[in-house]
Design a protein. Structure first.
Length: 149
């Protein structure tokens, strides 16, 4: 019976050592994984900050064109050039343009928004067609004024 007790004690001691070794290895591996994840997150954050700073710095040199109701085709061309340089997403383009409206363009837009079903803004393509219908062709043609004389 004494042999059985010693064998059981030896087995428990061996189990404890094995458990301690496994625990130590698991803790070490967990620390490695945690460190690796932190480094990946830090790298990702640094990259996003760098991209944002580069974009913001670049765009501070380019002013978005204002629109007061005249020369609609030139204004649309300037906007689309700006969007191409900036990489402006489609869903932001109309909103970005609207905040640069002035005078009669802003007045017309205010009325337009009040009549929108559900308050949903059109896409950029639809929006430019609406603006051309309202401000285009006749107003853009320099010969129109001469022909009216």
């Amino acid at each position: 019976m004494a042999d059985t007790t010693r064998t059981q004690a030896a087995m428990r001691e061996q189990e404890d050592r094995l458990e301690n070794r496994i625990t130590s290895k698991l803790e070490a591996r967990l620390i490695e994984i945690t460190t690796s994840i932190r480094q990946a997150i830090d790298s990702s954050i640094d990259q996003r900050i760098s991209e944002t700073l580069q974009r913001d710095t670049r765009l501070t040199r380019i002013d978005f064109p204002h629109f007061g109701g005249d020369a609609i085709h030139q204004w649309i061309y300037q906007c689309e050039t700006y969007f191409a340089i900036d990489g402006t997403p489609e869903d932001v383009r109309v909103k970005l343009a609207i905040i640069h409206f002035e005078g009669k363009a802003l007045q017309c837009h205010t009325t337009f928004v009040q009549n929108l079903p559900g308050g949903n803004l059109p896409t950029w393509t639809e929006f430019t067609k609406i603006l051309i219908d309202r401000f285009g062709e006749v107003c853009d043609d320099p010969m129109f004024g001469l022909m009216q004389l």
